[in-house]
Each structure stands twice: as C-alpha cells, then as structure tokens.
Write a protein that binds this ligand. Structure first.
Ligand code: MN
Length: 318
C-alpha cells in the first residue's frame, strides 16, 4: 500500500485517495489539498468558525477544526457503501476558513456572504462547516444570488423560524428571514427531525422526529422526493437533528432525535438530489465525548460530497 504524509499541502493531484496514517499529518478536510486557487476545483470545503449567535452552549467555533481532525476516518479509502469514489470523481479542496472580526459582530453576516460569493464566483460549489447555524443565512444569500430561490432541505431539532423583525444575529431565526427575503420556496422545502414547538412554521413542510420514528426513513425519503423533486436544493444540516445520545457535542441538544444509522440511511438514499450547496453546522467539540459528534459530522459531510457527485458527475436524478 503506497503511503503519504501531509497531503494537506503535499498532494500533487486534487482528486483521488492516497492512504495516510489517520493519527498523523497536517489536518485538512478528508486529506484534501489546501488551496485558494479554485480554477480546477468542483467543491470547496470551508470552515466558518462563528459561534456567538448561539442561544445556549457555545463552542462551535471549534467545529471546523474538530471535523477536519475526525475526517481522517473518511479519507483513507473509497467510503462504504458508495460504489464510486466521490473524491476521485470530483476535485474537492479545503479552502481554509472564513475570516471575520469577532469584535465587530454586526459585520460578520456581510463577511460570511462575501467569503462564499468569492468561491461561487469561480463556479465552485461550497460545503461550509460551522460554526453555529446562523451562518446559513448569509451563506444562503450568496447561493441565491447565483442560483435564484431554492428548495431547502433542512435537518434540525428546531425549525429556526422564530419571528424576528429586528434582524438579530441569532441561530434560531434564519429561516424566518429566508422566507421573508424570498431565498427559499417553503412549499417546496422540507424540515426533518423537528421536536420543538414553534407556532409560526412559515409554510415549510415539517416532518417531526416522532413522525419519522413511526413511519420510517423510507417514507420520509419518498416525501422528500415528492416535495423537492429536481428543484435546485440547498442542504443545511444542524447536527442537533441527531439525538444527543449520538451527537452530544452541540449547543442546544433535544432528546428524541434520529439516530446516526437513520441519518446515514436517509442521506444515502437521496441520490439524485439537485444540490447547489450544503452546510453542516452546530458541531461543538468542547461538549463532545470521544469525538463522536465530530466523527458523525465528518461522515455526513462525506456523504454530501458523494450525493453531489451522484447528481453532477453521474447524472442521477429523481
Ligand atoms: Mn438549527
């Protein structure tokens, strides 16, 4: 078995998988090359370590670092159960982190949006690693500027549609604004795993956690396909969709969520989803145990990349 070290800065090719000892080496997402040159890239992975919009426990500023470290586990071979190698079919790079001034919180939304716009301007798709969920609002604004209004596929314990007329920087209000600003089409969008009360759902199709526990993952998949179909879709995944038994390292855990096997089954059976962008947010390593939440984050992020390949490289549709 050929071997390598420090592929994060030594890799000659932007595609392919070369085994590197999981416990050593410079850490990038899935051993991808760090670069700011996106000329050849299909997907740029970027960290957005912003966590001051959280309503409870902070710590997601360490999320990108935690997920990068855990992602060595999805980087050493073609990942099961995919029959194709998503890192061979596509050029995925690590674009590093978004820069913002934590001492100027009012400027952060604009800084995040500009960061994402500069990537999208090169016709490279973005996978953002949070950070708290607030970042999805400026990231979504950048995507809609390029792609027009999208369907939202949103995994979460919370709807994040709290009424907010004042434009607060809060990780519970993004999708209120997303509907008000016309960024998403709520009737053609789906929220998955919700298990908190919000009496203003803003027109989204909500599949509560208990509905999924009663009806099963395959029934949910059929509903997602029916409602979203081949629409351009932005996928946002709040790790607190997953039950705290499987993902304790997060800011606002809610009991009764989905298990990691349920989540992976759902994602792996959404081949054909017309993804234009995706994020994974709310992984908070300081509250984690044995890195299990970061590890799940890395597996989910890998599956996003595989789903992107299924649609955009293999031409699969619903
Ligand atoms: Mn959320």
């Amino acid at each position: 078995m050929s071997n390598s070290v420090d592929q994060a800065f030594t890799a000659q090719s932007l595609s392919g998988v070369v085994p590197e000892p999981n416990f050593s080496g410079a850490l990038s997402f899935a051993r991808r090359r760090y670069t700011k040159d996106l000329t050849e890239a299909d997907i740029a992975v970027t960290g957005i370590p912003f966590d001051t919009a959280t309503s409870n426990r902070p710590g997601t500023r360490f999320g990108p670092r935690g997920i990068r470290a855990a992602s060595t586990e999805v980087a050493w071979q073609r990942n099961w159960p995919w029959e194709f190698d998503a890192l061979e079919l596509q050029k995925v790079v690590d674009y590093g982190d978004c820069q913002f001034d934590y001492g100027r919180p009012e400027r952060v939304p604009r800084e995040i949006q500009s960061h994402i716009e500069s990537i999208l301007d090169t016709d490279t798709a973005v996978l953002s690693l949070g950070g708290d969920h607030f970042l999805t609002l400026p990231v979504l604004r950048a995507h809609v500027k390029k792609h027009g209004p999208v369907s939202l596929l949103h995994f979460d314990a919370h709807t994040d549609t709290w009424n907010d007329e004042d434009g607060r920087i809060d990780h519970g209000t993004m999708f209120y604004h997303a509907v008000k600003e016309g960024l998403v089409i709520p009737q053609q969008s789906v929220q998955v795993g919700i298990r908190t009360t919000n009496d203003a759902p803003m027109g989204f199709n909500i599949f509560y956690a208990d509905w999924i526990h009663r009806n099963g993952e395959d029934a949910l998949i059929a509903e997602i396909v029916r409602i979203i179909g081949n629409n351009k879709t932005y996928l946002t995944f709040d790790i607190d969709c997953v039950d705290p038994a499987y993902a304790p390292g997060t800011g606002t855990p809610v009991c009764g969520g989905l298990s990691s096997p349920q989540i992976l089954h759902i994602l792996r059976n959404l081949r054909g989803l017309n993804l234009v962008g995706m994020d994974l947010v709310e992984v908070s390593p300081p509250y984690d145990h044995a890195d299990i939440t970061s590890l799940l984050g890395a597996f989910i992020a890998y599956d996003f990349i595989a789903l992107y390949a299924a649609r955009h490289k293999l031409g699969e549709t619903f």
